[in-house]
Design a protein around this ligand. Structure first.
Ligand code: NZQ
Ligand code: ZN
Length: 390
């Protein structure tokens, strides 16, 4: 296991009714609040009204309309607003896009140059306004990490930024706020949780026993609870477990002590930067094809462990057969959840595949199985038609 420091300053308030902690949390930083939210789901659910009622003494400024795949233009606007109005803290209410935008806005408020500079180089963030988040969608883990993924459609780039300064001070995680998440977003969110888990699980570090068993349990949890959440959107147990799994999958618990770069996320981020697709739909399409592509003599043991520990596939001598069955089951699980499983279904054809492969390949030289542009292109091409041959 590699050396690590585990230091996450975010306070988590988990469970139904935890919103009552909000006034106490806000009070620590001041009265001028920038409320950041998305396209209106929090108004439809009543959460917006609830929050305003809880903060009668605050002066609330609003930045609404944060889009999925949040854009650099929104960050510029939010940063300027914070400076102009001398905002004391940022309050993000929504899914990962809103949280990521709010983190970047909190940093932009304390940054003199153009925010895109610190997206390109996260070390430029040296301060940020305090951030409190109220999560409404289980997926990204943004509620308990410092990452913020921001898109620049002009340059066709979608990049991660953030550092210690962009951790939320506190996050309120009330599973009942996810009752209204529609089927497609519920399934996509779970695919994202699983993908974060895979990105850490498939790593050359083989002696991080605790992290790997926890990762397997997160995967089993998703496989068990997603169908329940799809069937009964107001099932508290399912929503609560998915919510905490999302947080745990990307708050360092399963990644500390492990190494290597991620694989499917860079390949997906460039798809989103070109085509503005839903992040986790791209991941669901890519993941089984990537698994099939990187299955080889060096990786087969890990895939067989995945097969056995997550899908209960009995150990047999032919580990490749075990691995193939597990990859098949992974594909089928996403397909059964109603997720699109080909690129054409989300509006992507061959046009830019080669260009995107070239761009993303430099990010994949340190991944579980290093991939060059030709490898990435082969994986993208396998995503053009349903199913695939292993
Ligand atoms: O905008 P509103 O109206 O709120 O609607 C949203 C949006 O349309 C809706 N929604 C959210 N909560 C809802 C709800 N609808 C009904 N009821 C609710 N309770 O869902 C739609 C998608 O929201 P979004 O925030 O985009 O989804 P998600 O949480 O999946 O975030 C995706 C973004 O996070 C980035 C992705 O790249 C993408 O930009 N990521 C962030 C990471 C991080 N910070 O650590 C890591 C991830 O790998 C990922 O890259
Ligand atoms: Zn993700």
């Amino acid at each position: 296991m590699n050396n690590f420091v585990y230091d996450i300053p975010t306070k988590v308030f988990f469970g139904e009714g935890q919103i009552k902690q909000l006034p106490m949390l806000v009070d620590q930083f001041g009265k001028k609040v920038l409320l950041v939210y998305g396209g209106g789901s929090i108004k439809r659910s009543g959460l917006y009204d609830e929050i305003l009622e809880l903060l009668p003494e605050c002066e609330i400024f609003e930045l609404s309309g944060i889009e999925p795949n949040p854009r650099i233009e929104s960050i510029r606007e939010g940063g300027e607003l914070c400076k102009l109005q001398e905002i004391d803290l940022v309050l993000a209410v929504g899914g990962g896009s809103v949280l990521d935008a709010a983190k970047s806005i909190a940093a932009a408020a304390k940054y003199e140059g153009d925010p895109w500079e610190f997206v390109l180089d996260r070390r430029l963030i040296t301060d940020a306004l305090p951030l409190i988040t109220v999560l409404t969608l289980s997926a990204t883990g943004s509620e308990m990490n410092f990452h913020a993924v921001i898109t620049n459609f002009e340059t066709k780039e979608k990049l991660g930024t953030g550092n210690y300064h962009t951790y939320p001070y506190a996050s309120i995680l009330d599973p009942t706020y996810t009752y209204s998440v529609p089927r497609n977003q519920t399934a996509a969110g779970t695919a994202d949780i699983m993908s974060h888990t895979f990105e850490n699980y498939f790593s050359s570090t083989q002696d991080a026993y605790l992290q790997d068993r926890l990762a397997e349990d997160i995967l089993k949890l998703c496989i068990h609870y997603l169908p329940i959440a799809l069937e009964e959107p107001e099932n508290y147990e399912a929503r609560a477990n998915l919510m905490w799994a999302a947080t745990t999958a990307l708050n360092g618990m399963i990644s500390v002590g492990k190494g290597g770069a991620w694989s499917c996320h860079p390949m997906e981020h460039i798809l989103s930067a070109y085509y503005d697709i839903t992040h986790a739909v791209g991941l669901a399409i890519l993941t089984p094809r990537w698994m099939g592509y990187v299955l080889n003599d060096d990786t087969v043991d890990r895939f067989a462990t995945y097969a056995h520990n997550v899908w209960q596939i009995p150990f047999i001598e032919d580990k490749f057969a075990m691995a193939r069955e597990a990859i098949d089951k992974t594909y089928q699980f996403f397909a059964d959840s109603g997720l699109p499983m080909t690129l054409p279904e989300v509006g992507i054809d061959e046009t830019h595949l080669e260009e995107m492969s070239e761009k993303v390949a430099p990010l994949l030289t340190q991944s579980y199985v290093p991939l060059n542009a030709g490898d990435v292109l082969a994986i993208y091409q396998a995503c053009l038609t349903p199913g695939f041959t292993l």
